[in-house]
Design a protein. Structure first.
Length: 485
């Protein structure tokens, strides 16, 4: 199943976006776009226009959004705490940083990550960043007006550093500079851990601005050494962003830090499986959309970035976004279950009726075969017993005397019935001590005459009329006569 990710970087002068789709065969960058603010627009109007344009030019439906605010919206601090449990750190952090923040702890949203002690004992170093709640609330409202609800809100220029920290292609120690129009975000990392994040203001109008920027980056490195009580010597300085003279940027950084300088190529440096194609993107991403692309890669790679969707701005239960789909699916599932139970109930009822009918039919058959049995409990078992008894009697009645007796019984039965009676015998059962005659005749009086005639035969001890019923046609009388021998 494919996953659509939108990286959205809102800068002081432009909105950049990158749309990445990840599937079974790999990921690919679908589109990148930069929408610049106009000089005569205020920030709110420009942001509304750019987001509206983005909504019409890029299909963001169903995309997971990762957004970034400009770095000047955040305050950065490194502190030390005597414990390393995340829960405890999050509880005390607002009180620890309140004295060094421009606003009280209740007016900001804070996130952090810890730096592993690298085998050393002592307090835990915590890298923190804070953003004003009103500004974050306004930012989320503006995005929400355009059907965008980011799962992650982080710092502009920090996404690239997060991707580099999770890459297997970076050296042990490195420094990253993300150049923006009005400020630069500097990140220092060692052994895959971010040690420091700072924002540096730029004055692009000054001729010596680049040299001054490199000097302040060097001061930031010295601050990192002081905070970590260890030398920080970057093996590589990475940088990204649009620059008027990229060669001058690389030259100044290399001269200041005396190491290799590389411009970041996130598509090749991130540990991402790209879809097999001539290129993982079409068209190639623009130089000034790297920040947005990095935000999408943060979600794609699962890198742990600072996220300010916390506290009152924490995402609600994500299922609320798909509440309608879940309800429809649940209703359909319930309907299917109800239909299944209804069918099962119907089948069980039909089977129960069939079993009852078979039981009743069995009782009727047993009653017809053995009318002398008055109490029927288990007709099947009782019939088995009766059959076994009959088999034993048949085995005993296989002698010539028994065969002669049967002939005598038939002769007596035939001779005793008055000749003028219209009699039809339908069934004759001869047992060891009784005989059952089933048949039909013209009238009830004829049934009585047959009974009386049979009782006069010396071979018959008694004759009993078990039943005598008029047929539905009204023309014949069905009867059953039991004769005791």
């Amino acid at each position: 199943m494919s996953k659509k990710i939108l990286g959205l970087d809102v800068g002081p002068d432009a909105v950049t976006a990158a749309l990445v789709i990840s599937g079974i065969k790999g990921a690919r960058v679908v589109s990148t776009i930069r929408l610049a603010f106009q000089e005569d627009e205020d920030t709110e109007t420009a942001l509304h226009r750019c987001l509206e344009t983005l909504h019409h030019q890029v299909d963001t439906s169903g995309a997971v959004c990762v957004a970034a605010l400009p770095a000047d919206a955040f305050s950065f601090r490194n502190i030390r705490l005597p414990f390393k449990e995340e829960r405890k750190i999050r509880q005390v952090l607002p009180f620890e940083v309140e004295s060094i923040l421009p606003a009280s702890g209740e007016e900001v949203v804070i996130d952090f990550h810890t730096v592993a002690p690298n085998g050393q004992q002592g307090p835990t170093q915590v890298v923190t960043a804070a953003v004003d709640r009103p500004r974050l609330q306004q930012f989320l409202q503006r995005l929400g007006d355009h059907q965008l609800d980011p799962e992650i809100v982080t710092i502009g220029g920090y996404g690239e550093a997060t991707c580099l920290a999770g890459s297997s292609k970076t050296p042990g120690s490195w420094l990253f500079v993300s150049l923006g129009a009005a400020q630069a975000t500097v990140t220092i990392a060692r052994d895959g851990q971010v040690l420091l994040v700072r924002r540096i203001e730029r004055d692009t109008g000054r001729p010596e601005e680049l040299e001054a920027l490199c000097r302040r980056i060097h001061q930031t490195r010295l601050l990192c050494e002081n905070l970590n009580h260890a030398a920080v010597e970057p093996e590589v300085v990475y940088w990204s962003g649009a620059a008027a003279d990229p060669e001058a940027v690389a030259s100044q950084l290399g001269r200041r830090f005396e190491c290799r300088v590389e411009k970041v190529d996130l598509l090749s440096m991130c540990d991402v499986k790209w879809a097999p194609a001539t290129a993982p993107f079409s068209p190639p991403p623009q130089e000034d959309t790297v920040r947005a692309l990095a935000l999408a890669l943060v979600e794609l790679t699962g890198a742990k970035a600072l996220n300010f969707r916390r506290g009152p701005f924490a995402l609600g239960k994500q299922w609320l976004e798909y509440k309608g789909h879940f309800l429809r699916t649940g209703a359909l599932l319930m309907l299917v279950c109800l239909l299944g139970f209804a069918q099962l109930y119907t089948e069980n009822r039909a089977l129960d009726h069939r079993v009852q009918a078979l039981r009743q039919q069995t009782r009727s058959m047993f009653a017809d075969a053995f009318p002398e049995v008055e109490r029927i409990v288990d007709p099947v078992q009782q019939m088995r017993v009766k059959i076994q008894e009959m088999k034993k009697q048949l085995a005993l009645s296989g002698s010539p005397e028994a065969a002669k007796l049967k002939i005598d019984l038939l002769r007596s039965l035939s001779s005793r019935v008055p000749p003028g009676i219209d009699l039809e015998v339908t069934r004759l059962v001869i047992g060891p001590d009784s005989m059952l005659i089933s048949g039909n005749t013209a009238t009830f009086n004829a049934v009585d005459e047959i009974k009386s005639a049979l009782e006069k035969d010396p071979l018959f001890a008694s004759a009993t009329i078990n039943s005598a019923n008029l047929e539905k046609s009204g023309e014949r009388v069905n009867f059953k006569i039991r004769i005791d021998l």
